[in-house]
Design a protein around this ligand. Structure first.
Ligand SMILES: Nc1ncnc2c1ncn2[C@@H]1O[C@H](COP(=O)(O)OP(=O)(O)OP(=O)(O)O)[C@@H](O)[C@H]1O
Length: 605
């Protein structure tokens, strides 16, 4: 039995009314109204997805659409007829009458308007429609057509700047030239007259019998204006009934470098992190997709998940063996940043940051999880994604900052927390080292035994950890959850190798990559910046430090760019902070693409 929770605000009854039409055949509006009423009962009970569905059905654009639908239904019923079937003659008569009227500027203007070509064309169109005179007159079919004659279709397409949007192939046995695929959004598909499997008989009056596909393409390339195809239609035109799927490309693809692609010109190149709309998966090997950043263009061919995985594997095995290389850092910073300030910020200590950088070298780490570089060798080439909009009642998404050492990740994180400590916070890390006299358990660190720390690792409760001077340091899921449970935004910095561990539906991380600007700008902006390394105190950035930072940033982008939701170039600190604030606000308040598994896990829980 469905009950309403009295504690919550019931949705406004007035707004629920979707349509005012009284037409008894108006079933769609009626059904939607009932669905809304039903949903309003669940609304206050926080049932997963109901609020989203309710808001969708309640949205002004859907209601407006329904109103339009209702109006159209009403007009359909009325069977409107034109006031006059011959508006053109009426117009001639008016012009004649005006001739006999004394001339004035207004009469002159009216006469000109009635005789203007566009007005005449409009009246002509009106008369054609009024007389329902749009069916072309076809000659009668000859009586003596043999039974075995194949039905032909004549297709005329007007060539413009766009490609025709179809590929052809030769049938291996019969040698016929067939339409291999029709590309979504292309001229051929929009005409609705050509289908994959249609047999080409003639192009512009030239028979294609015995020709190679290349020769047919040459004829097409030479044609100007209208192209006429004579085809034998495929008996069963393929129907694309698959649902639209969106994926994030986890690898890059360049059709020009792929000798296997059936038609290089029809290929769609993409880069890591691009969001693709998969519009056709009928072929097991070659899908059709378009980039959501470029929705107006027609689709292109991309390798299917299965094929791309195979290609990745073949590429991986063809590479010479390389021992595991890590993104290493040489720039180290001071011991303690948060101490002595108005409020305390945890997680900025040098020990913590150094162990982070060394974490992927630890044998313990290697035995528990797979690093990012392993991931790129065997991981899925596409990740299914959906649009996710955080609801105000949801916890905040975890904000992850990453970047090469010295780029300013910690400076930005610190400034953010200082800007609004009641809104932004770091997680308190764990350590196995002993507490110092001025420290407090749960403020600088959670001080735990080695056994406790290791059990957290083995139970996958550590998001990142490492060893420094014989002690373990790390950040736990629970420490992050504590911040999120307080309805604050948790901001953490992470090495890219650890990114897979935080990508869970629980934390829904939003990853921001902090990137150095070019060397010339960096030399200027870091003129007075001081770094403290393991060996020197207050050392200025040297050119080689900046160069290494740039190289490291490039490697990080190449290897992990698919995981970055946003990139900020840290040139002016002030601008970078402003960009960071705005990016975080968008991450929390605007729809974003997230892995589909994060959302399905939500529904299951
Ligand atoms: N945009 C900037 N302009 C000038 N100085 C900057 C800028 N960003 C950061 N700095 C300075 O550069 C130095 C290094 O920054 P920070 O400590 O934040 O680096 P990091 O990315 O956290 O690397 P690490 O963890 O190795 O210290 C600091 O002195 C910081 O104040």
């Amino acid at each position: 039995m469905i009950q309403s929770d009295k504690g919550a605000d019931p949705p406004d009854k007035k707004d629920m009314k979707l349509s005012t039409a009284t037409n008894p055949q108006n079933g769609l509006s009626q059904i939607l109204r009932l669905v809304l009423q039903e949903l309003s009962l669940f609304y206050s009970r926080d049932v997963n997805g109901v609020c989203l569905l309710y808001d969708l059905l309640h949205s002004p654009w859907l209601q407006a659409l329904l109103k339009i639908y209702d109006c159209l239904q009403e007009f359909k019923e009325k069977k409107l007829v034109p006031a006059t079937p011959h508006a053109q003659t009426l117009s001639y008569e008016v012009v004649e009458l005006l001739r006999e009227t004394p001339t004035s500027p207004e009469i002159q203007e009216l006469r000109q308007m009635l005789q203007a070509p566009h007005f005449k064309a409009l009246l002509n169109a009106h008369d054609t429609i009024a007389q329902k005179d749009f069916e072309p007159l076809l000659p009668p079919l000859p009586d003596n057509i043999p039974e075995s004659e194949e039905a032909m279709r004549i297709v005329c397409l007007v060539k413009n700047q766009q490609p025709l949007g179809a590929t052809i192939k030769r049938h291996e046995i019969t040698g016929d030239i067939l339409v291999a695929r029709v590309i979504h959004g292309g001229l051929a598909e929009r005409s609705g007259l050509l289908y994959a499997g249609d047999k080409l008989v003639e192009v512009n009056g030239v028979s294609v019998e015995g020709l190679d596909p290349e020769q047919v393409i040459h004829i097409l390339a030479m044609s100007r204006g209208t192209i006429m195809f004579k085809v034998v239609p495929v008996s069963d035109p393929p129907v694309n009934s698959q649902k639209m799927v969106y994926v994030r490309a986890m690898t890059e693809y360049w059709p020009q470098e792929d000798p296997d692609i059936p038609c290089m010109d029809a290929g769609l190149p993409f880069q890591k992190g691009d969001i693709l709309q998969i519009v056709d998966q009928n072929d097991a090997l070659w899908w059709q997709a378009r980039k959501i950043s470029d929705p107006a263009t027609c689709a292109g061919l991309v390798p299917s998940n299965h094929l791309l995985k195979r290609k990745q594997r073949e590429f991986w095995w063809s590479q010479p063996y390389q021992p595991h290389t890590c993104l290493k850092s040489t720039l180290y910073k001071e011991e303690f940043v948060g101490y002595g300030q108005k409020f305390f910020i945890a997680g900025f200590r040098r020990s913590m940051r150094l162990c982070r950088r060394k974490s992927h070298l630890s044998p313990l780490h290697a035995s528990v999880c797979c690093t990012g570089s392993c991931y790129s060798a065997v991981g899925a080439p596409y990740e299914e994604v959906v649009r996710y909009q955080r609801r105000p009642s949801d916890k905040y998404r975890l904000i992850v900052l990453m970047g090469p050492s010295g780029v300013g990740v910690n400076e930005l994180r610190r400034q953010l927390i200082e800007f609004n400590p009641s809104h932004f916070q770091s997680a308190v890390p764990h350590t196995t080292r002993t507490k110092k006299s001025y420290e407090m358990n749960g403020r600088e660190y959670h001080y735990v035994s080695k056994e406790t720390f290791e059990s957290l690792i083995y139970s996958h409760r550590m998001l990142e950890y490492g060893e420094y001077k014989g002690h373990l340091y790390g950040t736990s899921v629970d420490a992050v959850q504590t911040v999120l449970d307080e309805r604050k935004i948790c901001v953490m910095d992470l090495e890219p190798q650890d990114i897979q561990v935080v990508r869970t539906h629980e934390l829904k991380p939003y990853v921001i990559f902090i990137k150095p600007s070019n060397m010339r700008c960096m030399k200027q902006s870091r003129k007075n910046a001081k770094i403290i390394t393991d060996y020197f105190v207050d050392m200025k950035f040297k050119d080689e430090d900046l160069q290494e930072m740039e190289n490291l940033a490039q490697r990080m982008e190449t290897q992990f760019g698919q995981f970055f939701d946003h990139v900020i170039v840290n040139d002016s600190l002030h601008d970078a902070c402003a960009q960071l604030l705005s990016a975080i606000q968008k991450a929390q308040e605007e729809p974003q693409w997230v892995p589909a598994t994060w959302i399905s896990s939500d529904t299951e829980s």
